[in-house]
Design a protein around this ligand. Structure first.
Ligand SMILES: [Zn+2]
Length: 417
């Protein structure tokens, strides 16, 4: 029976009896079918809690699971399953040692798929494993739920960022919580309201909420209100990411206003030139290519208002790079300048910044580096723009937790390297 041991290894199953393995043809394709059953330790267990339970009824159902290919041949496990009656969970399908409950793929297959989904484009995963995107999404959701149930994501939080992320072309929102110290995404849920945020604090619990020292957020009042009530010892500050984004938006408004004005005056050529300058204006100066530098120099010469708007946006960035007393000076200088800028978008922004000044001061005094959480936020925004989209916010959250929440499984059978 040496071949049984070989097949058990090849099929990646444990606590399993292999009854037969055959090569057969299904729909013009050769496949390997392995008939298996849980061994005597693994059989008749609840698929929810693993408890040994009496069998329920005499009926059986033949189920099959796809596992990793043997060589290049698609391979399936087949087993006659029955139901059990658990004292806690009632009548449920019996657990199988090779797959998660309700899964149609084995642990080995699902873990491989999830790992690949975290590390390579979906198109590669789909082609390599011969599965649809929908299947990949389903697998990722199940794997992440399984791993999340085994660890506590919310332990040891001291400094967090709370953010809203738009998806579905901006019609839906996720509320996400990121750990500033590790950059890990620790919590996410569909929604953008105080009830959703209350749920995060419910999950966190009073004791751990008291350990929060610092919370960053965008300008949403409802976030501030909930944080003030639920994390009394935490200093609330404005995430620099948002202040800079507001300034960039104001700059865009100035540029668009000017473009419309030029077109209105019949200066189509000048308007067209201006249209090509967006990247020169919004990119960080150190990232500009020579053409963009040229465009910027041109704006400085010919368009005072727009160049002023550009400098205001840049100074907003500098404020958060400076930190400390110098940063506070820059902030107040910025406010004076913006108020007098004669640029309505920046006059308006000055009012907003004035309102959030105390929160910005908290940011500047905290010496908190947002680099890690910002990388996570950027990654999440990229995820939401993936062309094929997600069928549900849950699938998007699962993907985010897989790639940024530390909930990615190892590839099967690898010893930690
Ligand atoms: Zn049970």
């Amino acid at each position: 029976m040496r071949s049984v041991r070989v097949f058990r290894r090849l099929l990646g199953v444990e606590r399993t009896v292999i009854e037969s393995v055959e090569l057969t043809v299904e729909d013009d394709e050769e496949v390997v079918l392995a008939r298996v059953r849980p061994d005597r330790h693994a059989r008749s267990r609840c698929s929810r809690c693993g408890r040994r339970c009496p069998r329920h009824g005499s009926g059986t159902e033949q189920r099959r699971w796809r596992t990793l290919d043997l060589g290049t041949v698609r391979t399936f496990l087949i087993c006659d399953t029955h139901r059990v009656e658990c004292v806690e969970h009632g009548v449920v399908v019996a657990a199988v040692p090779w797959a998660r409950p309700a899964a149609k793929h084995t642990y080995a297959f699902e873990d491989t798929c999830a790992w690949l989904a975290a590390h390579t484009p979906f198109s590669v995963v789909s082609r390599l494993l011969r599965v649809s995107w929908r299947t990949v999404n389903g697998i990722v959701t199940r794997v992440v739920a399984d791993l999340a149930g085994k660890t506590d994501q919310l332990d040891g939080l001291r400094r967090i960022g709370i953010d809203e992320i738009a998806h579905r072309k901006g019609h839906r929102y996720l509320l996400v919580v990121v750990d500033h110290d590790t950059g890990r995404l620790v919590w996410a849920a569909p929604g953008r309201d105080s009830a959703t945020l209350e749920r995060f604090f419910d999950d966190l619990g009073t004791k751990r909420a008291r350990q929060l020292r610092h919370v960053t957020a965008d300008g949403a009042e409802w976030i501030h209100t909930v944080v003030a009530a639920r994390a009394k010892k935490a200093k609330l500050s404005l995430d620099p990411f948002h202040a800079v984004a507001w300034a960039t938006k104001a700059l865009d408004e100035v540029r668009r206003g000017l473009w419309n004005e030029l077109r209105g005056k019949g200066k189509a050529e000048q308007a067209a030139t201006l249209k090509g300058t967006r990247w020169a204006l919004v990119k960080n100066p150190e990232d500009l290519n020579p053409d963009q530098r040229g465009a910027l120099a041109q704006i400085a010469r010919t368009n005072n208002g727009l160049y002023r708007a550009y400098l205001l946006k840049e100074q907003m960035r500098m404020i958060f790079q400076a930190r400390g007393a110098r940063a506070v000076q820059l902030l107040d200088g910025w406010l004076t300048w913006a108020r007098r800028s004669r640029l309505p978008a920046f006059v308006k922004l000055a009012k907003t910044i004035e309102k959030y000044r105390p929160l910005i001061l908290n940011t500047l005094r905290s010496r908190l580096s947002n680099a890690k959480s910002e990388a996570t936020n950027t990654h999440l925004r990229v995820l939401t723009r993936r062309a094929y989209g997600y069928h549900s916010p849950e699938a998007l959250i699962a993907m985010a937790m897989l790639t940024r929440g530390g909930l990615c499984p190892d590839l099967p059978d690898r010893t930690a390297a």
